[in-house]
Design a protein around this ligand. Structure first.
Ligand code: GDP
Ligand code: IMO
Ligand code: MG
Length: 428
């Protein structure tokens, strides 16, 4: 009985949802601790596809509780929609709860995110336009609306009035856009509060008690370390801390309670949205990987940029997160490529060779990734369920990663379906 943290180590979409689903079968709690409905976590059960945005991916098979903790920014309309989708498939949702402290994504956050993205001909960050950044800004500025406020009409009206004074002025004077009506928003969100009242609870006390009582508690990260507000490629990042450190502030549990720190990485690399990507394959092979890997955003449908595995950034991600168990996903997508490349060093703009990740995002655009080459394999690996069923060259690929990072790969994912895993060590 223990705690488990699943985080992404690249630029998101590593397959965290699939891994969380697998682990949630034995979890008493599955907890989202940051981000919001910018996430898109895909789980295949047989041929049936589920895409979770705001709900923990544990919702499908966790027999205990699913918690959206304080660090998440919640769009309550998305929540209601997603709960409806899950219920329409005949699954239960009465085990999903939201922290009273979680901040609410309001309509003006989504508009602000959209207007900013549209400025300067749309060459901004490339956000999901879900209002994530503006909502976290209000949280830090101490003017945000929390889930608990939806249950108190007087406070809710006061906060909407205060916020709209500033936001409406920005919409009208700076963006030349229509303003929003206090009454309309107030009426809508009071109703939402009534609808959700039984699910809005204090979550930190229960989670700490569960950990103390030796329950299995699984924390599910959204986004990934390279999109982390502090340690990613700022400003081309999201506005939260998708690291293991983010669990403590995002769910209210102490660092000493975190035990199994599971980092998920694809066998190659993808990025959706703008920002540097040193190992990007902007060519035919990149397009082939995009097609075979189905690399299109689960939230926005945008094509994902593709590239080789980058161990320089992965080492940075493992260091910040303190990863002690690695998961490599989508190894099957690399089948049939003659020679595989893995970035192990960068050449800087002045010719220096380095093997650490830099804080200077602008310089990163001029860095050249330097590669080691490994031979590929042609055998279908999607039916492999034990490590020795993998072709020698696929095993060598995994072992190269382990040796570079000094961390064991405990699970290799060889297909999108829940059962397509090679589990080398049982963590539970
Ligand atoms: P997340 O955001 O980290 O949960 O990842 P996404 O769900 O956005 O993207 C991962 C995609 O890869 C999804 O479409 C998954 O169904 C799929 N996937 C996950 N693991 C594997 C795998 O091992 N092989 C293949 N071919 N697809 C996978
Ligand atoms: P999952 O959980 C991939 C990217 C956006 C953009 C940047 C900021 O599915 O891995 P935001 O809307 O958060 O302000 O956008 O972050 N981004 C993701 N990319 N997977 C995600 O989530 C992402 N969530 C945000 O594309 O570049
Ligand atoms: Mg995703």
């Amino acid at each position: 009985m223990s705690t488990y943290v699943v985080v992404g180590l690249q630029y998101g979409d590593e397959g965290k949802g699939k891994i969380t689903d697998v682990l949630s079968a034995k979890s008493d709690y599955v907890v989202r601790f940051q981000g919001g409905d910018n996430a898109g976590h895909t789980v295949y059960v047989g041929d049936e596809k589920f895409v979770l945005h705001l709900l923990p991916s544990g919702v499908l098979q966790c027999k205990g509780k699913c918690i959206i903790a304080n660090g998440v920014v919640v769009n309550p309309k998305s929540f209601i929609k997603e709960v409806g989708q899950i219920e329409s498939k005949g699954l239960r949702t009465d085990h999903i709860f939201i922290s009273r402290r979680a901040h609410v994504i309001m309509p003006y956050h989504i508009l602000l995110d959209t207007y900013r993205e549209e400025e300067h001909g749309g060459t901004q960050i490339g956000t999901t336009k879900k209002g994530i950044g503006p909502c976290y800004e209000d949280k830090i500025a101490r003017v945000g609306i929390r889930m608990v406020d939806l249950l108190n009409p007087e406070i809710l009206r006061e906060k909407i009035e205060k916020n709209l004074k500033v936001k409406n002025s920005l919409f009208e004077k700076y963006y030349g856009k229509p303003t929003l009506d206090v009454e309309e928003i107030y009426n809508e969100y009071v109703e939402i509060g009534k609808q959700l009242q039984d699910r809005i609870v204090d979550t930190e006390l229960e989670l700490n008690e569960a950990i103390r009582d030796g329950k299995n508690v699984l924390f599910e990260g959204a986004q990934a370390l390279m999109l982390d507000i502090d340690f990613g490629t700022y400003p081309y990042v999201t506005s939260s801390s998708p690291s293991t450190g983010g669990v403590c502030t995002g769910a209210g549990v102490p660092p000493t309670s975190l035990q199994n720190l599971i980092g998920v990485a694809k066998a190659y690399c993808t990025r959706v949205g703008n920002g540097p990507f040193p190992s990007e394959l902007d060519n035919e092979l990149g397009e082939k990987i995009r097609q075979i890997g189905g690399e299109f955003g689960a939230t926005t449908g945008r094509p994902r940029r593709t590239g080789w595995l980058d161990l320089v950034s992965l080492k940075h991600a493992c260091m910040i997160n303190g990863i002690n168990n690695l998961v490599i996903t989508k190894l099957d997508v690399l089948t049939g490529i003659d020679t595989l490349k893995i970035a192990t060093k960068y050449k800087t703009e002045d010719g220096k060779i380095i093997d650490y990740f830099t804080s200077s995002t602008t310089k990163l655009y001029d860095y050249e990734a330097l590669y080691e080459e490994l031979p590929g394999w042609t055998e279908d690996i999607t039916k492999a369920r034990s490590y020795d069923e993998l072709p020698d060259n696929a095993q060598k690929y995994i072992e190269f990663i382990e040796q570079y990072l000094g961390i064991n790969v405990y699970l290799v994912s060889v297909g999108p379906e829940r059962s397509q895993n090679i589990i080398r060590k049982e963590l539970f």
